[in-house]
Design a protein around this ligand. Structure first.
Ligand SMILES: Cc1cc2nc3c(=O)[nH]c(=O)nc-3n(C[C@H](O)[C@H](O)[C@H](O)COP(=O)(O)O)c2cc1C
Length: 159
């Protein structure tokens, strides 16, 4: 065991990590998707997820206005979608148009449910906390959707 820089230890221990897409809505009612590695379940009853979003992300701005998000677990086939949503900003492009993902309106806030994902969780933001250059948004899950035929993608699949 050797003492190292945080960044070195962190990247050497990140696999296998799951990837998620958070789906949000901007003030012009345009939907946006952001790829996330930093998310986790934080409560069983009621079910809750926390997502950590950088202050510079367009999705951060969206979540300050519209306090709902869908947490989507993409399927293995959604590598390109996950890469586009993780490298392009909703400030510059419409990610739904560019990726052509199929979706239907959810029940909670009508945010898109991605048809070909492994799972979708419809969440209402309950609280948020600043964490350095990110904000952790905690969402209570109101509806859950599962596609049993699909497998989840991991960060390794994106390499
Ligand atoms: C595999 C992967 C994981 C990522 N994880 C996060 C994350 O947990 N939090 C975050 O703020 N950005 C994360 N990003 C970066 C954002 O997805 C990226 O900056 C995105 O373009 C922001 O989109 P927006 O400006 O439309 O919100 C990740 C990117 C990739 C490719």
């Amino acid at each position: 065991m050797k003492r190292e820089e945080f960044s070195k230890v962190s990247s050497a221990t990140k696999h296998p990590a799951r990837v998620a897409l958070a789906i949000v809505k901007d003030k012009n009612d345009k939907y946006n998707m952001i790829t996330l590695e930093w998310f986790m379940k934080t409560s069983i009853e009621p079910p809750m997820f926390a997502i950590s979003i950088g202050h510079t992300r367009y999705s951060h701005e969206c979540l300050q206005n519209f306090r709902f998000f869908n947490l989507c677990l993409p399927a293995k086939e959604m590598k390109e979608v996950s890469m586009i949503c993780g490298t392009k900003s909703g400030r510059d492009i419409d990610k739904f148009e560019v990726t052509g993902v199929e979706w239907s309106a959810g029940r909670l806030a009508k945010l898109p449910i991605l048809k070909d994902a492994r799972a979708n969780f419809e969440c209402k933001v309950i609280t948020q906390v600043r964490s350095g250059d990110h904000t952790i948004f905690v969402g209570e899950v109101k509806h859950s959707w599962l596609n049993v035929e699909k497998e989840v993608i991991t960060v390794r699949d994106l390499a």
